[in-house]
Design a protein around this ligand. Structure first.
Ligand code: ZN
Length: 120
């Protein structure tokens, strides 16, 4: 599995085999159900205390990317000149994608520090 596919599927950055989270993003009861370590390769995800605070920066960047992508889509469909529609559509897309953004930002943040180690 390549790097981008492993990110999109929220896989462990080290083995890209098992999921970093115990639950799917839209099972709201356990949104932050990140595993302490990988069930497959046993690597610990907590590299230091409060390690995942840095994923807020990634989450912010993803939020901006979602907003820009939504606006570009509206513009391509000829709806970009309607300010109120644009604001509502951007807010709705950010809110709807927030659970996935939350988990994806943590996977991306971890992938900055945990290198891919394929099994031989
Ligand atoms: Zn793993």
């Amino acid at each position: 599995m390549n790097y981008v596919a492993s990110l999109v599927k929220l896989r462990c950055p080290a083995c890209r085999t098992s999921n970093m989270f115990a639950k799917k993003p839209y099972s709201f009861a356990a949104l932050s159900s990140i595993n302490k370590s990988c069930p497959h390769c046993k690597i610990s995800y907590q590299l230091e205390p409060s390690f995942f605070y840095g994923s807020m920066y990634v989450s912010y960047a993803l939020g901006v990317a979602i907003a820009v992508a939504t606006y570009v889509l509206l513009f391509l469909f000829g709806l970009g000149q309607y300010m109120l529609l644009s604001i509502v559509a951007i807010a709705a897309s950010i809110i709807v994608l927030a659970p996935y953004n939350y988990q994806l930002s943590k996977v991306i943040w971890a992938s900055f520090f945990i290198k891919y180690k394929p099994k031989d």
